[in-house]
Design a binder for this molecule. Structure first.
Ligand code: UDP
Length: 326
């Protein structure tokens, strides 16, 4: 099987690439290296089955050349992270909408199945416990850049659905809920690598707002096999699936658990949302998935706990620090 992974040098894409290479696939990675980097592929850089193409998913010619050579596509390229979206909303909109359209178009032209990676952000402020795929999207004003990521990803989903309905494209959409693990950067938000990095370098852990906001984190190594299984299951085609963890944790508790797990002496400080993100920022109060649909379709059941996630992210950080200080 020849597989294209867009965003394959990113956090999720690099884990997907490693997983597929070890399953025997030949992989083409298309990545503009804007957030990810070739260091994320260091473990497989000499693998004869890997080819890395540096380019943008918005570039029709490059995308066409990549898709033409493969049997299936995992579209994981995206502009992500709250801080990045606030700083570069246009880049986020273009990559996440236009880039997805370009990749979908090429998949249709070359008649290859595609998995499109979406996000729990599409539910917006809906804080129902156990969000299901059909639940409503509750968003703030389109003039607040904060919502532009949710907006763009929702459009990407609608585009996918449109290609399926109008052109019969074989496509499946996954909505990822706070996927975390080694190689995720804390540079643009992403609380787990931020807290672990702060704890290991003796900086204060920065809890935004009151810290009561709830998330369910899911280890990337639990998510990746489910993504593959969904694209390989014909009964999943044309549909959308939540993939998320089951353990609810408040951000204040997360900070304490990171401090305890790393043996850090860092203090935990609270910053207002205004201090963290600027004026008018709205956070999701609670984001808890219901992944029953993926469980029933492909047996998705996350096995790694939050403590496993913290330990793996901490190990990754320690090895990075060792490399930097070597
Ligand atoms: N957060 C925090 N401190 C940080 C970074 C994030 O308290 O240094 C909070 C953020 O406000 C949100 C939660 O942690 O409530 C998760 O943030 P992240 O950016 O990881 O993902 P989100 O769930 O917002 O997409």
């Amino acid at each position: 099987m020849r597989t294209l992974v867009t965003g394959g040098a990113g956090f999720i894409g690099s884990h997907l690439t490693e997983h597929l290479l070890s399953a025997g696939d030949e992989i083409v990675v298309l990545d503009d290296l804007s957030i990810g980097g070739e260091a994320n592929l260091a473990a497989v850089s000499d693998h004869p089955g890997l080819r890395v193409v540096v380019g943008s998913v918005c570039d029709r010619d490059v995308v066409d050349r990549c898709v033409r050579d493969v049997d299936r596509v995992f579209h994981a390229a995206a502009s992500v992270g709250v801080l990045r979206i606030l700083e570069k909303p246009l880049q986020g909109l273009r990559t996440n909408m236009r880039g997805t359209e370009v990749v979908l178009d090429a998949a249709l032209r070359h008649d290859v199945p595609i998995l499109v990676t979406s996000t729990s952000e599409v539910y917006g402020k809906n804080s129902k416990v156990g969000l299901c795929e059909d639940d409503d999207r509750i968003l703030g004003s389109p003039l607040k850049s904060r919502w532009s990521y949710a907006e763009a990803k929702a459009v990407a989903e609608s585009l996918t659905k449109g290609y399926v309905t109008e052109h019969g494209l074989t496509a499946v959409i996954v909505r990822l809920f706070n996927t975390v693990g080694p190689r995720q950067t804390g540079q643009y938000g992403m609380v787990v690598p931020r807290f672990v990095g702060q704890a290991l370098s003796g900086q204060p852990l920065t809890v935004y707002g009151g810290g009561e906001q709830i998330r369910c984190f899911c280890h990337v190594l639990d998510v990746v096999p489910a993504m593959v299984a969904l694209l390989e299951d014909e009964r999943a085609h044309g549909d959308v699936f939540n993939l998320g963890g089951t353990e609810q944790v408040s951000i204040a508790d997360l900070a304490e658990r990171v401090v305890a797990a790393t043996g850090s002496t860092s203090e935990i400080v609270h910053l207002s949302y205004e201090q963290a993100y600027g004026e008018g920022f709205e956070d999701m109060r609670r984001r808890v998935p219901d992944s029953t649909k993926a469980l029933e379709r492909v047996g998705f059941r996350p096995r790694r706990s939050l403590d496993d996630v913290i330990a793996d992210v901490a190990d990754h950080w320690k090895s990075r620090l060792e490399v930097e200080h070597a």
